[in-house]
Design a protein around this ligand. Sequence first.
Ligand code: ADP
Length: 787
Amino acid sequence: MTEQQPYLGFGIKKIPKILPVLPLFDATLFPKMVVPIVVAQKESIQLVDEAMSKNRIIGLLVSKEPTIKKTYKSEDLYTVGTSALILKMAKTEDNKAQLLVQGLGRFKVKNFVKTKPYLQARMEHIVDKEEEKDKETEALISNITSLFARIVELSPGLPQEIGVMTKSIHEPGTLADMIASIINCKLEEKQKVLEVFDIKNRLKEVNRLVNYQLEILELGNKIQSQVKGGMDKQQREYYLGQQMKVIKEELGEKDETTVEIEEYRAKVKSKNLPEEAAKEVEREINRLSRMHPSSAEYTVASTYIDWLTILPWNDSTKDRLNIKSARKILDKDHFGLMKVKKRVIEYLAVRKLKPDSKGPILCLVGPPGTGKTSMGRSIARALGRKFVRISLGGVRDEAEIRGHRRTYVGALPGRIIQGIRRAESNNPVFMLDEIDKVGSDFRGDPSSALLEVLDPEQNFSFSDHYLDVAFDLSRVIFITTANILDTIPPALRDRMEILELLGYAQDEKVKIANRFLVPRQREAHGLKAAWISFTNGALRHIISGYTREAGLRNLEREIASICRGVATKIAEGSAKSAVINVKNIAEFLGPIRFISEASERTLTPGVAMGLAWTQTGGELLFIEATSMKGKNNLTLTGQLGDVMKESAIAALSFIRSNITLLGIDENFFAKHDIHIHVPAGAIPKDGPSAGVTMLTALTSLLTNKTIKEDLAMTGEITLRGQVLPVGGVKEKVLTAHRAGIKTIIMPKWNEKDLEDIPKKVKSEIHFHFVDKMMDVLEIALPLKLYT
Ligand code: ADP
């Protein structure tokens, strides 16, 4: 190998074995390549001068550290380098030498022979072996050239012709050297290529470098284009927007956004918003003027401004505080409901004498269809205020009351503020329906927000999360409604004054139907008074045969359905008018739906009729007991709650402890099992008030005596034989009356609760007030006590 000489041209015959070494710190020279070098050190300039005066051949070695040093020692330099011919040399004014050097070949330092004045070393010159290209080499070459072509494409600094040039180089070693010398990589990497003498390995090394380089370039390119794309779109839109503005101004037209913003400003002025709200709106309008109208943020901001400007901050209606006319309106709208009307009139009277008084929050409690909502509406009418209503049924999230913060996507104010917006006044009558059905879960407790709404001490600055500006609710009259009291959170219940609306007795319903429901439905269906009329018998028949309710909803629905039928007939021309009576009802409503089964069901021993109190008013509750051969087991079915089950056990224990007195066989329980069932089996039931009914059903079974006809009962029992008071007495009595019950047994303690029940109802039912369980049995059964 030593005999061989590297690339020789330029009249060079031979490269000497000992060469002066010029250290390089910021460039590498590959064989056959040309690079410019600047030399500044004194010793190096001397080296160059002397070389120029001889054969102009020098050795170049790269420094391991990429920093310039005053003097380089042999350890500072790599040991593989390039022999080079100085093509040109020029001295500059500041005593530097500018060289243009041509690489000749690789060498490896054998040993340094001199260090002063400059390094000189004995070299072993290395020449690329000429070999047949195998497939791998071919593949490497083609890969490198095509990747390199791509690098050239992506690097604006490289002339495009270089890519073509590489294709014309046939020696693979030279190709690798050339590409390594061009691409942008660290000196160490280039040095590595220089040190690979085997051509295939050199190609592999270069292939790796080229790959890496391309990856970096492509990534850079991608980032660049993304940034540029984003910038371009925004800039373009902004630019076009500005142009449009200028063009419109030139034409004397106003830009849409400017118009909108001016409109907003005018609106704020005309609205006379409270200071805090005005500030917030102004801030938002300023933000808006800097936004692009098609951006999502613009919509969010303008919706917010809309909300703030549209709310009735200062708009209120004037109260009509004429007690006489208020009373007239309330009476005109509703039959009965004396207590509620009286309370409303008192409320108005106080308002009249002390306009800033903070009245209590009324809570109307009663079964569906008893006129709670329409009462609210009527109160608003009497006062000359607007009426809004929201339903709280199933509300579990505090945000439904208080709204979502604006940072939420699609955020809106809560239901209270939405209601105020609908009312278009800041002092409406605001009805919160179904306050007994507010739930709470992980999303927060809506009742705490409601507490704030309903508290006169706090609600003058109600904070809605969306608005972020306090709204004064202190002038609003809140009325709440509920079906039952038990499920209203106690803290809320404390804030309110409860007014109970009972269910209606049949006669009351007939009156209400005649006076209110029929005329309203008649009008709603375009019928004149002469075209349709209902006999009282017909109304009674609808109430008992087609509805089973405490309120009036279904009754009104059935009347509507008849009106529709009559309207169809008249429109068809098949009738001119219709009188609805008991006989022709089925023609409109179909066969009768509810039969009074009460008396039939209690015909056998072991069945007793109780009275239950539910959300929809009262209900009849049948309790069935039966016995079979067995070993003193008790089975309870019909989805009974714990309290009801315990009542059954207590009743049984009472009977067993009085077994002789009641004349029951001593051995009966040892040989029998007992089963108590409460239909309808699918509806969960609970509460202690079925105690007396359980007791009566069991005694009836065990003594084999039927209970008296048309008799119902309610009352809690104790093991000592006492009957304790129960709730919902009024509803229970009215239900019993509707079902045609003639006798009711109830706890003595509940006698006072009958006060509100219509006289007619009371006169049609025979009441037994008891405090002892034995009395219940004696009244209900033809009981003979064995003392
Ligand atoms: P609630 O809100 O209690 O469920 P609604 O107010 O919806 O009941 O009443 C149902 C219907 O019955 C309404 O059309 C209402 O006008 C009517 N109504 C209820 N009570 C009376 C009453 N005392 N006098 C006249 N109409 C009544």
